[in-house]
Design a binder for this molecule. Structure first.
Ligand SMILES: Cc1cc2nc3c(=O)[nH]c(=O)nc-3n(C[C@H](O)[C@H](O)[C@H](O)COP(=O)(O)O)c2cc1C
Length: 311
């Protein structure tokens, strides 16, 4: 049986790795991911300048998932440029930078810089980043996304992916798919957190996180059906040479199997990595293998995208 995956010549031994954000900010945290069975090391979304992020408490989890309003705490893009050769030499697996500049020019500058780092394998551009005041985040603005992707593609010499927010309306999927197909990135990652949810502590009659009046991005079980739907819809709408990476609520090998059935080439784990720690990657891979054996599949290609729809 082989679980290997290839996305624009970057080889992954199996399809399960960490999502951008959870515990991938410092070199120490990235070394933990390197030592785990995660098939790649995806670094924290970075900005031009280092950021401390929002005041705490800014992350909270319950039995169904998580809410966060971290405010992009990160070391600044140059630090991730320094970490990359160390991570690559030590662990010999794909190293991926996540870019989340505050404006187009920042993203262009950061991606230009990462293109010069020989040991870096891929770049994931986070489209869930702020746009102009009074405008939606870039991923919810097809024209702004078009402009941003065009600008960064011009300077990017690495395989490039787009981290997309969740979409809910078929017209929005079609508008975004049109933009993505025009620029043919190497992959898209579906989905970033469900935006601006609210979790309440009933006993305290209070929000569970401090920033933004308690509103925050939702991860974990809460978002799996939406993540599956986004993977499936983009699998139907995107050119077949654009790989889809699934993310949202993954915590078992059966979840991984479902995302691949829906059309994913690989998957990322965020909230459940925070809940369980680095053993989550190895466990999910073992459970996926078990499921494939049961189903008599010997590679991911045999069932990728083959989801049956009730007639
Ligand atoms: C604490 C935390 C920090 C996050 N930071 C980022 C980030 O910097 N960049 C990004 O693209 N997504 C970020 N995310 C979103 C995750 O990468 C992922 O898309 C989302 O949580 C859904 O996956 P999950 O259900 O496995 O958590 C963050 C999520 C969490 C929980």
């Amino acid at each position: 049986m082989t679980l290997s995956v290839e996305i624009n010549k970057v080889k992954f031994p199996h399809p399960v790795f960490n999502a951008a954000g959870p515990k991938d900010v410092t070199l120490d945290e990235l070394m933990v991911i390197g030592r785990s069975q995660s098939s790649a090391i995806l670094m924290k979304s970075c900005t031009l300048e280092p950021r401390d992020g929002n005041p705490e408490p800014r992350y909270y989890e319950d039995e169904f998932g998580s809410i966060n309003s971290m405010g992009l705490p990160n070391k600044g893009y140059q630090e991730y440029g320094k970490y990359t050769p160390i991570l690559k030499a030590t662990f010999k697996k794909p190293v991926i930078a996540s870019v989340s500049g505050m404006k187009i020019e920042d993203n262009v500058k950061i991606i230009k810089f990462f293109s010069t780092i020989q040991e870096l394998d891929m770049i994931e551009l986070n489209l869930s980043c702020p746009n102009l005041p009074g405008k939606p985040q870039i991923g919810y603005d097809a024209d702004a996304s078009d402009k941003l992707i065009r600008s960064v593609k011009d300077v990017c010499s690495k395989p490039l992916g787009l981290k997309l927010p969740p979409y809910f309306d078929f017209v929005h999927f079609e508008q975004m798919a049109k933009v993505i197909n025009k620029h043919t990135p190497d992959f898209v990652t579906c989905i970033n957190s469900l935006g601006n949810g609210l979790i309440i502590d009933a006993m305290k009659e209070e929000t569970v996180i401090k920033p933004k009046g308690g509103f925050g991005g939702i991860g974990g079980d809460y978002c799996k059906p939406t993540a599956l739907a986004n993977v499936r819809k983009f699998y139907e709408l995107l050119n077949k040479d654009i790989a889809i990476i699934g993310c949202g609520g993954i915590k078992s090998g059966i979840d991984v199997f479902e995302f691949i059935l829906a059309g994913a080439s690989a998957v990322q784990i965020g909230t459940h990595y925070l809940k369980e720690g680095p053993s989550v990657f190895e466990r999910c891979v073992k459970e996926l293998e078990h499921m494939m054996k049961k189903k008599k599949y010997s590679s991911l290609d045999e069932f990728r995208g083959t989801l049956k729809v009730i007639e």
